[in-house]
Design a protein around this ligand. Structure first.
Ligand code: KG4
Length: 340
């Protein structure tokens, strides 16, 4: 009999539900929350309330688009963390209640594991192109910047991570301070495509090993823009494309330097990226170029699987389910990865 997994994701500001049948995606529904736009960042309490409103229609839609009945579901995979506690509570409680009502098991998933396994979501109309184990994943999002060594679907090691801000935070905060809008990543990505990446130079951090730091470059960009604006109030308006292109290039250089180092140290040439920032066109192009130069096999997730989505939670949950794992009914969400 087929294994049909309902995945539920509610760790931040996207309510998502997906159905996977024997590893193949049948549906993936995402309700994004516009309510945060006017605040220039995610407001946790508003996110939890929006999840409460969205969760039932989103899950119903995922079931109906998949063309199944809810009684066909074998197990429910839900994001236990890391993320915003109130938001996670909605998905976790809903998954446990539905599991109880349908008398089927639930499986808990680490959100980060979902991102690193995003390439394993199979689609009926697309060829199967999956990295071979072990592989390295550059996991870059609004809350994380890590290099992860994935040994098999259930076991991974973090080889390096940010010691301060995540790279997505650097995109978002700088965009907000420069008055370019939120979320900053897509805005900077779009403007950078029209600018000269060599025009301005930003100091790079010197962090030992495979760890990252993004707070210094963020501050240096903000001081630079402030000083130039004091001299010429139209500086930002007249140079925003070049500023974005140069800033984005600096961030990509930092990310790639450590990824190249990690590949050299481990000898692993199977390379993937994941997380919201992996939608960045400059980073994707650079990864492919670097891969060609170094003989890597590079795997880029489709755009719809880069940002938060339940398909990646369902596929990660599927592997946990096959391994016989089940979530106890008293399981609680966790906000930090370290508490998982
Ligand atoms: O994985 P994700 O959806 O969730 C959280 O970590 O919450 O990542 C969101 C992050 C934001 O920082 C956003 O600015 C960034 O991903 N992002 C991008 C792009 N699209 C989204 N960053 C750079 N370029 C993009 N095209």
């Amino acid at each position: 009999m087929a294994d049909i997994i309902l995945g539920i994701e509610s760790s931040c500001d996207d309510t998502s539900a997906a159905i996977i049948k024997d590893g193949y995606l049948l549906s993936n529904v995402i309700a994004s929350q516009d309510v945060h736009k006017s605040f220039g960042g995610v407001v946790p309490e508003l996110a939890s309330r929006a999840h409460e409103l969205n969760i039932v229609p989103v899950v119903s839609e995922a079931i109906s688009r998949a063309g199944i009945r809810k009684t066909d579901i074998t197990a429910i995979a839900f994001t236990r963390g890391p993320g915003l506690l109130g938001s996670l509570l909605v998905g976790t409680s809903f998954a446990k209640s539905l599991g109880l009502a349908l008398d089927i098991p639930t499986v808990m998933v680490n959100h980060l594991q979902g991102h690193v396994l995003a390439n394993f979501v199979r689609q009926v109309d697309k060829p199967v192109v999956e990295p071979k184990f072990p592989y390295l994943c550059l996991l870059v999002s609004g809350g994380n910047s890590q290099i992860v060594k994935v040994n098999d679907p259930l076991h991974f090691e973090i080889l390096g991570q940010t010691i301060d801000d995540a790279v997505g935070e650097a995109f978002d905060k700088c965009s907000k301070m420069m008055g370019l809008g939120y979320p900053g990543g897509p805005v900077i990505d779009r403007l950078a495509a029209q600018g000269d990446p060599e025009r301005f130079k930003f100091a790079k951090p010197h962090v030992p090993g495979l760890d990252y730091s993004f707070s210094g470059i963020k501050t240096s960009l903000l001081y630079f823009v402030r000083d130039e604006m004091a001299r010429d109030p139209l500086f930002m308006e007249n140079n925003k494309e070049d500023i974005c292109a140069s800033f984005q290039k600096a961030l990509i250089d930092i990310l790639m330097d450590k990824l190249v180092k990690a590949s050299g140290q481990t000898g692993i040439k199977e390379i993937t990226i994941g997380g919201g920032v992996s939608a960045n066109s400059g980073l994707r192009t650079r990864l492919v170029q670097e891969g060609q130069k170094r003989g890597w096999n590079t795997y880029l997730p489709e755009f719809k699987f880069t940002t938060d989505n339940a398909a990646m939670i369902a596929i990660a949950g599927y592997y946990h389910y096959l391994a016989g794992e089940r979530a106890p009914l008293d399981i609680a969400p966790v906000s930090r990865a370290a508490d998982f």
